[in-house]
Design a protein around this ligand. Structure first.
Ligand code: MFK
Length: 545
């Protein structure tokens, strides 16, 4: 046999994560950090084992069996090993429950766990995110009966009592535009509400509960007439007969995640609050799941970069390891700088969410969170695809071969830009958030983050924010131009926020003798902050003619 290439090895995802260690050291009191350590280390162990297991086994998809041998409807889904382990891992390490503890660091500690668990979980984090969102929306609703019924299950630290919750919004007509929802809620003579309709992308169909948007019978059209309902899916061990799983989706990626099309035929349901404004009621859930999306995207980038970085030391070409090839090293460093910006922004959102929920912030910080959440989601979603594509290329042909486990990284990454609102939907949302107090709050925060930091960075960030402000002003009277430029504005604001956060991190690390974050900042700035679009409407029409 001739030459055999060593496979990339994954270093311990917690012990070797410089960024996560620095973040926790900068933000958490020592006692909280010490208390968190065991869970993070164990989740890192789990991630390492999951990677080794995946390399040694053939990948499987979940299998739906709709009927048993005797003709009974069973809708049984066989899950992968990681999914079967999900309830144990998530509850033993309080992945979700920790985010609802009563202190301002709760969300940061939760998302540190999510970051380490996400890739290993094979997207079990998707229904976990929705369960977290459901718990958050229930709390915001103030519906005491439902809170007492569901929250102890959603936030359980015991797999025996833990429930997953879905988020049933998407329909064939109502995807981004959920105002087109066709599912109807009818109230029977017994006073019980029941749901009738079809949900088109149900990602937590193996769960025990869901929040669902539906139109109360006789209510008007549009999204304001929708109501938000809580449903349960199981009668003991059996799925309720009013819930049928039509089929599992055949998706580009996230293969282990059993995404389903379902039919609701009179499924009992309970409104969370008023029988209208369901989108407003589900918004707290959306903002939490969008944070999961951002942290998941960053975790995905971390995995891709870790493998590419390791491989660059193992693989020799033209007489030396790839890491010693200037252009390859340059490529890896470019990836690292973008990743560090994305990491900083996603975790700033996580930290701010915890502080806002705990009430330890000003209204201006709440406005900042409202803007940073869609910015972090949309930018990290796009970046994950770009970095994973680049990472695959770092392996040459091997990156294109399925049983290396590498192509899956790219396929899976595509989901972050689609889930929880596409890039354009989120860009329009960011525009709304910026129009209120958001832009001013961002400017204030950016100034604070980079105080005492690199003056060149401060100049570049201020100039980019000025340009974004001018762009918004110039198009403010023309709604079409404003919307056409929304993605460019959102990406520019996201990059400005990330650069300012990198500047803060660089100053903190420099004081401890670590020059690496400052290098990430310089490289990130070198990639430019401005992403504003030229929205010449005439050209757009011509190009599409
Ligand atoms: C590890 C990763 C895990 C991630 C888990 C992922 C699971 C994936 C499963 C899914 O993808 S589920 C599908 C997710 N679908 C979406 O996210 C829908 C995307 N579409 C939007 O976000 C639209 O912008 C939206 C549906 C919100 C637009 O609907 P409308 O009916 O035109 O709403 P409108 O008028 O913009 O907002 C209604 C109210 O909600 C307004 O408040 P008011 O009634 O008081 O005026 C808005 O201000 C408020 N609102 C909307 N979005 C908000 C919000 N409030 C706070 N935060 C937001 N993000």
């Amino acid at each position: 046999m001739g030459f055999l290439q060593d496979a990339p090895q994954l270093a311990h995802p917690y012990r070797n994560d410089r960024l996560l260690h620095a973040l926790l050291e900068r933000t958490l009191p020592a006692a909280r950090r010490a208390a968190l350590q065991a869970d993070l280390d164990a989740l890192g162990d789990y991630a390492l084992l999951a990677w080794q297991r995946a390399a040694a086994t053939t990948r499987r998809k979940p299998v739906l069996t709709q009927w048993d041998a005797w003709g009974r409807r069973v809708d049984r889904i066989e899950l992968t090993a990681a999914w079967q382990e999900g309830p144990d891992v998530a509850t033993y390490h309080a992945v979700l429950a920790s985010g609802h503890e009563n202190h301002e660091h709760a969300r940061l500690e939760e998302f540190a766990r999510v970051y380490l668990y996400h890739v290993a979980s094979e997207f079990y984090t998707c229904p976990l995110a929705m369960t977290d969102g459901a718990a958050t929306a229930l709390k915001a609703s103030g519906n005491q009966a439902l809170i007492e019924r569901a929250l102890p299950h959603f936030l359980s630290r015991d797999p025996a009592t833990f429930w997953l919750s879905g988020q049933w919004m998407t329909e064939t007509h109502g995807g981004s535009d959920v105002g087109q929802t066709e599912t109807e809620a009818r109230r029977g003579a017994d006073g019980q509400w029941r749901l009738y309709g079809r949900k088109w992308f149900s990602s937590a169909v193996v769960g025990e509960a869901a929040l669902a948007l539906a139109r109360p019978e006789g209510a008007g059209t549009g999204s304001g007439a929708l109501a938000l309902f809580y449903v349960e899916t199981m009668d003991g061990a059996a799925r309720k007969p009013e819930l049928a799983i039509d089929r599992l989706k055949d998706k580009l990626g996230t293969h282990e995640l059993p995404t389903a099309e379902i039919h609701l035929d009179g499924l009992p349901a309970w409104p969370l609050g008023e029988l209208a404004n369901g989108v407003r009621q589900v918004a707290p859930m959306l903002n939490v799941t969008r944070t999961w999306n951002a942290v998941g995207a960053v975790a995905h980038m971390a995995r891709a970069i870790a493998l590419a970085r390791d491989y660059a030391e193992r693989r020799q070409a033209f007489g030396r390891p790839l890491i010693e090839q200037p252009l390859h090293a340059q490529t890896l460093a470019d990836m690292q700088a973008e990743f560090e910006g994305a990491f900083a922004l996603a975790f700033e959102v996580a930290q701010l969410l915890g502080r806002v929920e705990h009430g330890s912030t000003t209204p201006r910080e709440a406005a900042l969170l409202r803007l940073l959440t869609p910015l972090a989601k949309l930018w990290t979603g796009k970046l994950a695809v770009r970095l994973c594509s680049e990472a695959l290329e770092c392996f040459g042909g091997a990156g294109y071969i399925e049983d290396t486990g590498l192509p899956q990284l790219l396929r899976d990454a595509q989901v972050y830009a689609i889930w929880e609102g596409t890039t354009n939907v989120l860009a329009l949302d960011a525009l709304r958030a910026a129009a209120g107090d958001g832009f001013g709050a961002l400017r204030g925060a950016v100034a604070a983050w980079q105080q005492g930091g690199d003056p060149h960075a401060a100049f570049a960030i201020d100039a980019a924010l000025d340009a974004a402000a001018s762009h918004l002003d110039a198009s403010s009277a023309d709604r079409a131009a404003l919307e056409a430029g929304a993605r460019g504005v959102a990406l520019t604001l996201a990059r400005c926020a990330a650069a300012a956060l990198l500047a803060r991190q660089a100053a903190w690390a420099q004081a401890r003798g670590d020059a690496r974050p400052a290098a990430a900042l310089r490289r990130f700035l070198g990639h430019g902050l401005l992403r504003l679009a030229d929205t010449g409407a005439d050209d757009t029409a011509l190009l599409l003619a």
